[in-house]
Design a binder for this molecule. Structure first.
Ligand SMILES: Cc1cc2nc3c(=O)[nH]c(=O)nc-3n(C[C@H](O)[C@H](O)[C@H](O)COP(=O)(O)O)c2cc1C
Length: 231
């Protein structure tokens, strides 16, 4: 498919579900021809050709469903109020969002793990924030620049995003993309969004904040919050 045709229909009618195909095609034809008789005048070869072309265009649009990425940082081990956990709070939410949207999951992982103890971890994180550090991260196997919509999740650390998220965002150009932020926290609520906007230059939509202990221990409640928020 030539890129020009692809991008034309992708931008005009991206995201159309297969179940809507017939209805949309009919509407499209009515709009284009202004004639309800179109369907009964199919003897005209020009109209047949038009119909075939429109079908092709709409068919291509279905292949151009929006690509969704769910990128997050999350830390297991000892954490505030939840004790020692095997799966991080934010990771639980990220998985719910990926399941609901069909998005691709991407876990940002620091090259050097944070301490397993909560107190040690908050001390390291405090120092990194004060130094505006960029901790190295492990290589990732997807390119975030290839996605249309990006869900970005992180635990609030000292009122901000954990510094490995800055390392991650400075590697890619996400300017103009749509970002839906979600956080887990233990009282600060939705935090770090101003710097997320600045570092990505993306269009950041209203975010979701869920208590970490709710994500960890009250999954039905967390799922309801996710379902309400995800478009
Ligand atoms: C280093 C560190 C700093 C934190 N700072 C905050 C904070 O400023 N505000 C807040 O509400 N919670 C804070 N928390 C709690 C976490 O945001 C919360 O436990 C979160 O759910 C952890 O998610 P995770 O398991 O995905 O890492 C902090 C936790 C850690 C480990």
């Amino acid at each position: 498919m030539p890129p020009t045709v692809y991008s034309l229909c992708a931008t005009r009618i991206v995201g159309i579900k297969i179940t809507h195909y017939a209805a949309v095609l009919k509407l499209f034809i009515l709009k284009a021809t202004g004639s309800k008789e179109f369907f009964t005048e199919m003897a005209d070869p020009m109209k047949k050709i038009t119909l075939i072309l429109l079908s092709l265009l709409l068919g291509v649009s279905m292949a151009a469903e929006k690509k969704i990425l769910v990128v997050y940082y999350s830390r297991a081990d000892e954490n505030y109020t939840v004790g020692n956990i095997s799966k991080g709070n934010t990771e639980i939410i990220a998985e719910m969002i990926a399941k609901k949207t069909g998005g691709t999951l991407l876990h940002v992982e620091p090259a050097k793990e944070y301490p397993k103890g909560y107190d040690d971890c908050i001390n390291v994180a405090k120092k990194e924030l004060a130094q505006d550090a960029r901790p190295a991260i492990k290589p990732v196997n997807v390119n975030p620049e290839e996605f249309d919509e990006i869900y970005v999740g992180y635990p609030v650390w000292w009122g901000e995003m954990p510094m490995p998220m800055f390392t991650f965002f400075e590697k890619y150009n996400l300017k103009g993309k749509t970002i839906h932020p979600f956080v887990t926290h233990e009282g600060s609520g939705l935090s770090g969004v101003a710097r997320l906007k600045k570092v990505t230059g993306a269009n950041v939509t209203p975010g979701l904040a869920i208590y970490g202990h709710v994500a960890q221990n009250e999954r039905d409640k967390a799922q309801k919050e996710v379902d309400k928020w995800v478009k």
